[in-house]
Ligand binder design. Structure first.
Ligand SMILES: [Zn+2]
Length: 91
C-alpha cells in the first residue's frame, strides 16, 4: 500500500491488473479507489503509462477518422427518378 497525494491509502497493483482496467479507466467507469490504484501504478510504471498513453491517443484520434455526414438526398432523388423512368410507381 501507498499513500495518494490527498492522504488516502492506495493499494499497489501490478501491470496485469492495471491493463485489465485500461478501457474502464479511459471511459471514467472505475470506482474512485480503483482509479487511484491505476493512477498510482501509472506514476511508477513507464511501460503501462506508455500503453495507456497510446490507448488514449487512439481514442482521441477516432472521431477525426469517422466519415463526415453526407447529404444523401440528391442521390435518393436520382434513384427515385430513374426507377420511375423504368416504370416503378413510387410514393
Ligand atoms: Zn505496469
Amino acid at each position: 500500500m501507498t499513500t495518494s497525494p490527498d492522504g488516502s491509502v492506495v493499494n499497489e497493483i501490478g501491470c496485469r491488473a492495471t491493463v485489465l482496467r485500461l478501457w474502464d479507466y479511459l471511459d471514467h467507469a472505475l470506482a474512485d479507489s480503483q482509479r487511484l490504484e491505476v493512477d498510482q501504478h501509472l506514476r511508477d510504471c513507464s511501460a503501462c503509462a506508455e500503453h495507456f498513453g497510446f490507448a488514449r491517443a487512439f481514442l482521441d484520434a477516432l472521431p477525426a477518422s469517422w466519415p463526415r455526414p453526407i447529404d444523401t438526398e440528391p442521390l435518393r432523388r436520382r434513384v427515385v427518378e430513374r426507377l420511375r423512368e423504368v416504370g416503378f410507381s413510387l410514393p
